[in-house]
Design a binder for this molecule. Structure first.
Ligand code: ADP
Ligand code: MG
Length: 880
């Protein structure tokens, strides 16, 4: 079907849709059922069996399997089978955990999924883009991803970037006109918009001609490959650790086996020792627990209204040292309300707050009254806000700045219908680089451009002013007076907007640059946008946590200063750097300056990128917020790109690592806190698991060096590493946050796993655990009367118990009493379960056969508990 050759009306008729009302909900539902969701079926996801076998590929597991073969070869069939079973169970667990993690990540992706604005039954609705059907009327605006293939119906300077399909990176201007031609390239079909291309500027409306796999991208969908699963820095470090441990295990094993055989020990004995050691060195349960803990952390973040798009962000968040935040909407409420107007040399107060009613200072001057009415009316026309019916109530929706102006106009009970003589001809939408917008209208017989934007910028473009209904030259004195007014308003934290007009002689001059110069200044709007109440607290918290907050805004320097002072971002005497000052600075100068700067004002999105880079050059880990198309480069470059769930564009969301569901600064801070929390918990269980490995290695090395039989068998070690240690480790991963989490400086991003004394803790605790287990073994063995099985059982259980006591010390990196040791319910349950599991292992005949254990007496247990509490008693009180 060549949609581009059809007129808009023909297209609509063909698709059974109406321009004014769109589809009916009923039709849309039917079509959705019949033709399916508007989705691209992705390439095969690495789920199912593939993921299952991935567990087997894990190098640690391979080592185990080799051990099994050796055991089997040596005739230890039971051992071999048990090892295989334990590894298999572990793989199933690991698989189900990873599967769950992947599924919850997929769900996250869905939550962050784009929405579409469609017209149904005559009303504009926001629906998930997957529910869009053929015939839907869709609205497009700057920053949107196009949700389906569309025939453009209206275009207001609509430009779309289609590089994904055509390779052409320059945006293409779109029209609604018919195009003729055989077999036009996609790039030449300028009255069409294609799914997954990107609206770079302007806005427009289109009708859906194809959805899902029927779209142009759908047809080349083979090209869409599943993004490879990313490994986070921590996972990489763990992989490296794994490699080191494997190396250690191979070295130790060959050393012990080699030395033993050389000394003339039986080969079989030596291989058994080798396998035991190899198993002891490797923390088999670690990788699965990391995955689970990370994915649980991500779930917790969602509860706090932060969606993590990349798992690596969880770790990076904890290292964040600077948060660069937009002012408008993130630090402030984005509920703008016009409170003052400046017009005809006079200040008007606007009362009533954020409502459609309220009083505006009266005037007895006829000409002034007329000016006021026109000022408000033109202000409303030149904006992206509209009245909509919301549950039977009339409300204004759109850009908050424009909503505020329309609301002020409503207070004057201006009926926009009164002025059907006003016809909108074209529009140059707002963007934060130009900091202004304009519309061209025809009012009665005269054409005007109405230009609205940042006052300092518009004033530079104005040479006339309206006074008492007459247009006169704007002299120096008046200019000064207006500038004074702007500064006064700004110092009261008001956001200021100027309105100018430009009577056009040649209405067909339709370039923004042309109509936005030589302006007639009309007046100013001053609006409040109160700081979010929770922002101040969050900023204070950041300060204590060694995190610097930087405000970046396109707003006036005075307004930025006033709000930053109120929020206590800006210290006394602190200076505000403006976009134009920034332009004067070299990168080197900026790098020096950026350390002492807390507020950047009147900047463009391009400047944000330079700020991020300067901060990074100083070694900072930077989180940066953004919502517009132009923010994408800064979001990508920053360590944590943060986008806005409510007001953000699709482009910004795609470029970000974290999406704030509530657009709130305080949410960034709680995400940082959660990031720190997760990392600390990971440290806790790594410490716990590795201490166990150290203990296992040592107890065996002691025995080997002193010429005793092996105190632990491979199955026993595996059982400890995977089962009795696994549950408490998982519980440590779910431990609550310590209350001083946000009182410490951010963790250096390059910090290794064993930093801050963790390595020493692992070795020292592990050392004592090894010693007491060996002593327990010795006591039992020297007793002579009983079998080696008895001594092994004692060593085995001592090690398990020592770990189950030690786990309480791991909750905290200072002393055990710094925190209520039993404050973690999961941990208590886990420890009790692990302990309970030891009962069948020692008393039930089947398990006794497998684990080569014997039943113990009460006296044995008392000795075990006494010995195994020694490491925690000795080390529980020290901070080292
Ligand atoms: P920020 O989002 O940081 O406040 P913006 O880039 O949105 O910065 O706005 C910069 C300036 O542009 C504002 O201070 C205001 O003067 C002007 N401005 C903002 N929104 C609009 C709008 N919708 N129409 C006209 N001017 C606007
Ligand atoms: Mg803005």
């Amino acid at each position: 079907m060549k949609w581009y050759e059809m007129t808009v009306d023909e297209t609509l008729a063909k698709l059974g849709s109406q321009a004014e009302s769109g589809l009916s909900t009923l039709t849309a539902t039917k079509r959705l059922k019949k033709f399916g969701k508007n989705q691209l079926t992705e390439g095969k996801a690495p789920l199912g069996l593939a993921l299952f076998f991935k567990q087997f590929k894990d190098f640690m597991v391979i080592v185990l399997l080799i051990a099994t073969f050796i055991a089997a070869y040596l005739g230890e069939v039971v051992d071999a089978i048990v090892i295989v079973i334990i590894v298999f169970i572990n793989s199933i667990l690991g698989y189900s955990q990873e599967h769950r993690a992947e599924k919850s990540l997929a769900k996250l992706k869905q939550m962050a999924n784009p929405v579409a604005h469609v017209r149904r039954d005559g009303a504009w609705l926001t629906i998930p883009s997957s529910d869009v059907v053929v015939g839907d009327i869709v609205r497009l605006k700057s920053g949107d991803r196009v949700v389906a293939d569309l025939r453009i119906m209206t275009s207001t300077h609509l430009s779309i970037e289609e590089s994904a399909m055509t390779g052409e990176t320059l945006p293409i201007a779109k029209t609604s006109q018919v195009i003729h031609g055989e077999q036009l390239n996609l790039g030449d079909q300028t009255n069409m918009a294609f799914m997954s291309s990107l609206v770079t500027s302007g806005h427009g409306i289109g009708v859906v001609v194809a959805t899902g796999m029927e779209t142009m991208v759908g047809q080349i969908a083979d090209l869409i490959v599943q993004a490879p699963k990313q490994t986070t820095p921590l996972e990489k470090r763990l992989q490296n650790l794994g490699k080191v441990l494997i190396f250690v295990s191979i070295m130790l094993t060959s050393l012990v086996v080699g030395a033993g055989i050389w000394q003339g020990q039986p080969v079989y004995q030596m291989f058994l020792s080798g396998i035991s050691l190899a198993v002891a060195v490797i923390p088999e349960g670690l990788p699965a627990i990391v995955t689970v803990v990370l994915s649980l952390g991500v779930q917790r973040m969602i509860k706090k209204k932060a969606i993590v798009r990349k798992l690596s962000a969880v770790e990076t968040l904890g290292s964040t040292s600077v948060i660069c935040s937009d002012k408008t909407g993130t630090l402030t409420e984005n509920r703008m309300t016009v409170v003052e107007l400046y017009l005809n040399g006079r200040l008007f107060n606007v009362g009533g707050g954020y409502r459609l009613t309220g009083d505006i200072t009266a005037t007895s001057n006829q000409a002034e009254e007329k000016m006021l009415a026109r000022f408000l009316q033109y202000g409303s026309i030149c904006g992206a806000a509209e009245f909509v019916n919301h549950n039977g109530e009339s409300v204004i929706q759109g850009d908050p700045t424009d909503v505020a102006i329309m609301m002020a106009a409503a207070k004057k009970s201006l009926q926009l219908t009164e002025n059907l003589q006003i016809k909108k001809i074209t529009e140059f939408p707002f963007d934060s680089t130009r900091k202004r917008m304009s519309v061209v209208i025809k009012d009665h017989q005269q054409h005007y451009a109405i230009v609205k934007g940042a006052p300092d910028i518009l004033l530079k473009r104005a040479d006339r002013i309206e006074e008492n209904g007459r247009i006169i030259r704007l002299d120096q004195q008046q200019r000064k007076k207006i500038e004074l007014m702007i500064n006064q308003m700004a110092s009261k934290a008001y956001r200021t907007i100027a309105l100018c007009i430009n009577p056009l002689q040649h209405p067909n001059r339709v370039k923004a640059e042309d109509v936005e110069t030589g302006l007639v200044f009309i007046g100013l709007f001053a609006m409040i946008d109160p700081p979010r109440p929770e922002a101040k607290q969050a900023i204070k918290q950041c300060k204590i946590a060694g995190i610097k907050t930087v405000m970046i805004t396109g707003d006036h320097a005075g307004t930025a200063r006033a709000i930053a002072t109120e929020l206590e971002i800006l210290p006394n005497q602190g200076q505000v750097i403006t976009g134009s000052q920034l332009e004067q600075m070299t990168d080197q100068q900026l790098i020096e300056q950026v350390e002492q700067t807390y507020v950047f004002a009147r900047v463009t999105p391009k400047d944000k990128l330079r700020i991020v880079q300067a901060l990074q050059a100083n070694g900072h880990v930077v989180a940066m917020t953004g919502d517009g198309v132009n923010d994408a480069p800064a979001l990508k470059t920053s360590d944590i790109g943060v986008s806005m769930g409510r007001t953000g564009t699709d482009v910004a969301k795609e470029a970000s690592d974290l999406i704030l569901l509530d657009d709130n600064f305080a949410t960034v801070v709680s995400a940082v806190e959660e990031g720190r929390h997760i990392y600390e918990n990971i440290r806790k269980f790594i410490r716990y698991l590795l201490a166990s490995n150290v203990g296992e290695i040592l107890v065996m090395l002691f025995a080997m060096v002193l010429g005793f039989p092996l105190p632990l068998l491979p199955v026993q070690i595996l059982w400890i590493n995977l089962v009795t240690d696994g549950l408490p480790a998982l519980a440590l991963g779910m431990d609550g946050a310590e209350n001083n989490l946000m009182e410490q400086p951010p963790r250096p991003i390059k910090e290794g796993i064993f930093a801050r004394g963790l390595g020493f803790k692992i070795i020292s605790r592990g050392f004592l655990i090894g010693i007491v287990s060996f002593i327990a073994f010795l006591l039992a063995y020297q007793n002579g009367a009983q079998s080696i099985q008895y001594a092994r059982t004692i060593a085995f259980i001592t090690l398990v118990t020592a770990q189950l006591i030690h786990v309480f010390d791991c909750r905290n990196e200072r002393s055990i009493f710094d925190r209520h040791p039993f404050g973690n319910r999961y941990l208590i349950v886990a420890v009790l379960s692990s302990f309970a599991l030891m009962i069948p292992v020692t008393y039930v005949a089947t398990f006794q056969a497998i684990f080569q254990t014997v039943a113990l007496s009460l006296r044995d247990w008392l000795t075990i508990i006494l010995l195994s509490s020694i490491p925690t008693i000795v080390f529980g009180f020290t901070k080292r």
